[in-house]
Ligand binder design. Structure first.
Ligand SMILES: C[S@@+](CC[C@H](N)C(=O)[O-])C[C@H]1O[C@@H](n2cnc3c(N)ncnc32)[C@H](O)[C@@H]1O
Length: 359
């Protein structure tokens, strides 16, 4: 039994089954034993790999879209360059390399990283300061200074804790984590009745239907939207998920690159859930931003020239096979290309960024 499982069992013994949302928050963010606090393992040797870790082309293209937005904003100085959940800072380093082509932009950016993991903060600081880059760290977006903003968040929203509700005998109940008859941690459909705020088409759903909701994602999207309503800016949100309300249990665990049971070994596996892009867009729009997309990651990267970029890298000596594999992983259907999506949020006065003009 992991140390965190002991803590969770004690809390259940004292106060009863806990909402799944709290279980996920503890597994990822417990100050000592949460996955991101104790053992975040991102990259080729880790529990999971993300798009920036697959190829520099991903971050360069995201950076190019943000750079273009800065120009349409009238090239404000300073501009806050904000990343939510920067992992190993690979995306940030790749974006900044792209910005070097625009020295005025590189001079204007004031870098802010929103990161709760002390270990990842240390890794980010090591890599950024090693490249002579200064940055500030924040626990949440709230403390990032106001002003024009360029924001990126890759695989950040999927790490926020979700609520699940299940339809049982005509009523929706919150799903809880408790102890089953065999003494194991289990998801129990015994939470309080909670049928508020459902999309109407789900009111007629079949018994056993699960729907998910991520209050933290809606709150952060609302804060991004409010910021974009006050100051010019663009936010690109990239993650895996669905376009609208989609029933189903999407909670999953990865441990040592393999799917695992989310209830097994709490704190030792990365837990994620599909992102509801429609809910994020709606929260940002309700706060005053405009939203475009989501479009698939494959169509985003292809429309913005990943093929051409790969060709240039090959001409400068990179391995053609490695580049082809990276392009396929990032854009291929059945790889990351269709499951992952890109949502753009922008200030009301700004035009749609490429490649969203067409959508
Ligand atoms: C799946 S990793 C993605 C890392 C990086 N964006 C990448 O693409 O490689 C999730 C990141 O979000 C951070 N994170 C998770 N929950 C967070 C929270 N509530 N607030 C701030 N950062 C958080 C993690 O520590 C980690 O840096």
């Amino acid at each position: 039994m992991t140390p965190l499982e002991r803590i969770i069992r004690t809390e259940i013994a004292e106060t009863g089954p806990m909402p799944l949302e709290r279980y996920m928050a503890l597994c990822l963010g417990h100050p000592t034993y949460g996955y991101y606090m104790a053992r975040p393992a991102i990259g080729a040797q880790g529990d999971f790999t993300t798009a920036p870790e697959i190829s520099q082309m991903f971050g360069e293209i995201v950076g190019a879209v943000l750079a273009h937005a800065w120009q349409t904003m009238g090239s404000p100085r300073p501009v806050r360059l904000v990343e939510l959940g920067p992992g190993r800072a690979t995306l940030m380093l790749d974006m900044l390399r792209t910005f070097r082509a625009l020295p005025d932009l590189r001079a204007a950016v004031d870098i802010h990283l929103v990161e709760t993991s002390p270990r990842l903060r240390a890794a980010q600081a090591y890599r950024l300061t090693g490249s002579g880059i200064q940055a500030s760290w924040h626990d949440s977006l709230d403390t990032v200074p106001d002003g024009p903003v360029l924001l990126a968040a890759n695989e950040f929203f999927d790490a926020l804790p979700i609520r699940q509700r299940i339809l049982r005998d005509g009523s929706w109940r919150q799903r809880m984590v408790g102890i089953d008859a065999a003494g194991r941690l289990a998801v129990l459909d015994i939470g309080p009745e909670d049928g508020a705020g459902f999309p109407p088409h789900l009111l007629e759903a079949a018994d056993g239907t699960v729907i998910e909701d991520c209050p933290a994602a809606r709150a952060i999207a609302g804060a991004i939207g409010a910021r974009l309503a006050r100051h010019p800016g663009l936010a690109l949100i990239i993650d895996y998920g669905y376009r609208g309300p989609a029933p189903g249990d999407s909670l999953q665990a990865l441990r040592g690159r393999r799917p695992a049971d989310p209830l097994e070994a709490p704190g030792e596996a990365d837990l994620t859930a599909h992102v509801d892009f429609a809910a994020i867009a709606a929260a940002a729009v309700a706060s005053g931003a405009r939203a475009w997309g989501p479009v698939s990651q494959g169509s985003f990267l292809t429309a913005l020239g990943i093929g051409l970029r790969a060709e240039r890298l090959r001409a400068s000596g990179a391995s053609a096979i490695d580049l082809a594999i990276a392009v396929e992983r990032l854009t291929g259907v059945g790889a990351m290309g269709d499951l992952f999506k890109v949502l753009a949020l922008a200030s009301p006065g700004l035009p749609a960024p490429p490649p969203f003009e067409a959508s």
